[in-house]
Design a protein around this ligand. Sequence first.
Ligand code: NAP
Length: 474
Amino acid sequence: MNQQRLGDASRPLRVAIIGAGPSGFYAASALTKQGGVEVEVDIFDKLPTPFGLVRQGVAPDHPKIKSVERAYHRTARQPEVRFFGNVEFGRDINRAELRDYYDQIVYAVGAPSDRRLKIAGESLLGSVPATEFVAWYNGHPDYAALDFALDGEDVVVVGNGNVAVDVARILARSVDELATTDIADHALQRLRESKVKRIHMLGRRGPAQAKFTTPELRELGELAGVDVVVDPADLALNPISAVRADEEREIARNLEILQAIADKPLTGAAKQLHLRFFVSPVEVVGDGRRMTGVVLERNRLEVDESGYQRSVGTGERALLPAQLMLRAVGYYGVPLPDLPFDDRRGTLPNVAGRLIDPATNEVIRGEYVVGWAKRGPTGVIGTNKADATETVAQMVEDLPLLSGVAADKASAEAAEAWVRAKQPNVVSYEDWELIDQVERERGEPLGKPRQKICHREEMLALIASAKAQEGAHL
Ligand code: NAP
């Protein structure tokens, strides 16, 4: 075909985006805004529902953060954008096929796994990645069958990032408050029966090194019915941390909040949230099957050549009895079939979003990465916008170098026929809107924004029955 015409009205650029989370939607949105380039964008997701971590990761008691879905909805409703839900890369469709049907492919697959602590006993029952707990309370279909028996009084949350704060807050917050959110019903049920009295959130370094953000920390201090406990001794800063607190407003504000919490008298509330610093779990102990506690070691900070203050064990150890340990020490990427993977960073190897072959550092023409799969699991949702814009700029720059797919496969119709042949139960954006509407209707009498449907089969049955009814009315 004539290379000059790729992206013209007569031959729109055909792009597949793998993953319908924030980074995928920001990439789609940026692609539709490239003046002079006509595009057709198909967004694939293995789940029947779009929006990735906005639906499956953002805490249910943070509805404002979820309002970004409105922007994604506008993108999805554009005529040049389609959603193919319930289609899994590597299972239903593969890379070679995508290369046959699309001029460019964007991997927006996030970082769906978790980092490990690499300590003895980590695999005992009760020691779980926080990512699984998050997916469970958010009604992710792949995690809905898990069960978190909250029958012990002490829960350990390892980590000092916003995920640790999220899970600690969900465990601490009153169930009546959670009942008005879109938390999954199975999780609400378990939290209602919860016997948890003490939540211990562990930072391996100090408060000046914590990764959580100020509004999230402040919210912890304001939880009703919870005594938050901070040891004032942990707030004393070494000279390097004191300089950082002087230079960085967020650290200074976090320290002010922590000081105010430390100064507040305890009220004898039913639940306590202990924010501990300079402490690491070094072993999970148990009865051979279930964990019964965690051995903690006190840390001190040691500065390396680059000025980074890392935690070093002091040898001072103590046992903390606990029946559940949620490891919130970071998400981690998962390799995709047939694609290169950077084991160290947990990302798809790339330069500014262009996929590369790590063996040769050569660019793999026509394939790109956005979001956490590109840069690792850092930043807030909005960070993905600039990130996607950068990748899309490379995609547009590469247009003259592309030869384009074969003419018989270069159409929306051809691609759709192929997808439906591979996965007959593909979920369109209109199908998702039906699920969305049903969830909202079910939530309304309960005072919830939505009552999430947490099982694929139920979603697919709902769509099938709506289509059958539609057919009967024709
Ligand atoms: P994160 O911000 O990178 O925090 C990970 C935490 O785990 C850090 O405190 C880290 O400590 C600690 N850690 C790592 N390895 C450890 C080990 N072996 N032992 C003990 N502690 C260890 O990651 P995240 O909490 O998973 O969050 C991911 C991203 O999502 C972040 O950018 C976050 O802000 C964002 N997020 C935002 C929100 C929100 O806006 N409300 C909610 C959830 C997530 P070191 O600093 O010592 O490494």
